[in-house]
Design a protein around this ligand. Structure first.
Ligand code: ADP
Ligand code: MG
Length: 298
């Protein structure tokens, strides 16, 4: 396969053990300079709790990479850093050779809008907008008013198509508070796919969905990945998703500890349909039966 789309090198992230907020004056002045207000980098006061430790990861162009591992391993943190929603303490993240951690705020906003789609555990839908309008938000942000107006018909058609595909065709005009958690999650997935991002970052995309809806979403994601030539990084506890990924890496205690392409596939392949159903709910993250033992204990 070609050059990696994302290269993560020696990536470390510490969260402060105790968060020390700056004084109101310092925060006010900091705001003026675009600083977010907590003394994250003030090391003597905020001696860090390491949550990512020298993470190294290559993501190949066009692959679906699943990241698995126990809760608290740092999976979400890694995804946030790759999407440049947070900054690392050390290390680099290269997107097609460009260091994301060094991008200016303007360049970063542009890069995120044009290249990256996010599906996170909390969907961050706008309560005042309908499902369809929420799906259109990335376009509203990315385009000028006139460019948006020019593309509006196409964008709406795509938004409607995506909502149909996630099973919400008849809920386009509903607001988030009229939708269940799983339905909101599906709106967030449609929103992330609107502008065909080259890189899609998903944190537990099927986490709140029942089996059938989860399968539909996976089918959609896989189909679009082919047609839109995307790369997915997917944090998941869902074995069905991991089994369909091109590669699976495991994180433990802030580190990428290995790759498990073959075993995961073998476990799923060795199981019947019924066994697979129970597996998803019953096996806690981090406990994965070895392939030769099949599903006897699940
Ligand atoms: N904003 C934060 N401040 C302090 N600690 C955090 C913050 N976010 C996450 N953590 C800690 O970092 C560790 C990794 O979290 P996370 O990346 O969410 O793990 P995972 O997604 O693998 O469950 C956890 O121990 C969590 O408590
Ligand atoms: Mg997480």
């Amino acid at each position: 396969m070609s050059e990696p789309i994302v290269r993560v090198r020696a990536l470390s992230k510490n969260y402060p053990r105790q968060r020390v907020d700056a004084s109101p004056w310092a925060r006010l002045i900091g705001r003026v300079w675009g600083w977010t207000g907590a003394l994250d980098d003030w090391r003597p006061l905020n001696e860090g709790l390491p949550v990512l430790k020298d993470v190294e990861l290559d993501v190949r162009d066009g692959e679906i990479l699943a990241i698995i591992g126990p809760s608290g391993a740092g999976k979400s943190t890694l995804l946030h850093l790759i999407g440049a929603l947070d900054r690392p303490n050390h290390g680099t993240i290269l997107y097609r050779g460009e260091d994301v951690t060094l991008m200016s705020p303007g360049r970063l906003a542009q890069w995120r809008n044009e290249r990256v789609g996010f599906v996170f555990q909390f969907y961050h839908l706008f309560p005042d907008l309908t499902a369809e309008e929420n799906v259109l938000v990335p376009a509203m942000v990315a385009y000028s008013v006139s460019a948006y107006a020019a593309k509006r018909a196409d964008l709406r058609a795509r938004a409607q198509h995506l909502l149909d595909r996630v099973g919400l065709g008849d809920r386009r005009h509903h607001h988030p508070n009229q939708l269940s958690g799983g339905e909101q999650q599906r709106v967030a997935i449609a929103r992330a796919l609107l502008l065909k991002p080259a890189l899609l970052l998903c944190d537990e995309p099927t986490g709140n969905l029942d089996r059938k809806t989860g399968e539909q979403i996976l089918d959609l994601l896989w189909e679009l990945k082919e047609s839109d030539q995307q790369t997915y990084i997917v944090v998941t506890h869902d074995d069905r998703l991991a089994a369909r990924a091109d590669r699976v890496v495991r994180m433990e205690d802030g580190r990428v500890v290995g790759e498990e392409t073959a075993p995961v596939r073998a476990v799923i392949a060795a199981k019947g349909e019924d066994a697979e159903q129970t597996q998803v709910a019953s096996v806690p993250p981090g406990v994965r039966p070895p392939p030769d033992h099949g599903n006897a204990g699940a």
